[in-house]
Write a protein that binds this ligand. Structure first.
Ligand code: TYD
Length: 139
């Protein structure tokens, strides 16, 4: 499994840092939606889903958190600890977010609007979905 983590360009000077993100330039998709999680309670684990077509980039712009990526055959844990790091998550990837520091702000850039129909929230369904997708690519 390939983990795609971006190190965004930082425009730093004596005043501090600034990161600018432009769709199709810094972000590989059209940004249709932005959302963020904060004040996440200790021990909370969120996510537990994949998507049929949504692409996302996760940026922990303050604090730290961890992301579990599960392709259906392989799992990886990625730490987000810097405000200039972005984790790309393809649609057909099961994800769970955990180990949020109390001050964590997790910003998400998404390629589409919120559509519940695009979610795969059942793990068995997710495994069937990736298996079917792989079968299609070899057909
Ligand atoms: P939820 O899907 O539980 O978040 P996660 O699975 O990432 O932990 O979302 C929490 C609530 O927020 C749920 O009622 C749906 C709503 N929501 C929106 O209205 N728009 C959005 O873009 C997202 C991500 C969630």
């Amino acid at each position: 499994m390939q983990v795609v983590k971006y190190a965004f360009q930082q425009h730093g000077d004596e005043r501090g840092q600034l990161v600018a993100l432009e769709e199709y330039r810094d972000i590989p998709f059209q940004i249709r939606r932005v959302y963020y999680m904060y004040a996440t309670k200790e021990g909370v684990r969120r996510g537990f889903h994949a998507h049929k077509s949504l692409e996302q980039i996760l940026i922990c712009i303050h604090g730290t958190c961890k992301i579990l990526l599960d392709s259906g055959t392989e799992k990886k844990i990625v730490s987000l600890e810097k405000p200039y790091e972005g984790l790309y998550i393809a649609s057909d990837m099961w994800r769970e977010m955990f180990d949020f520091s109390p001050d964590a702000v997790l910003l998400v850039l998404a390629s589409d609007y919120y559509e519940e129909e695009d979610y795969i929230r059942n793990y068995e369904e997710f495994l069937a979905f990736v298996k079917e997708k792989e079968a299609k690519t070899w057909r």
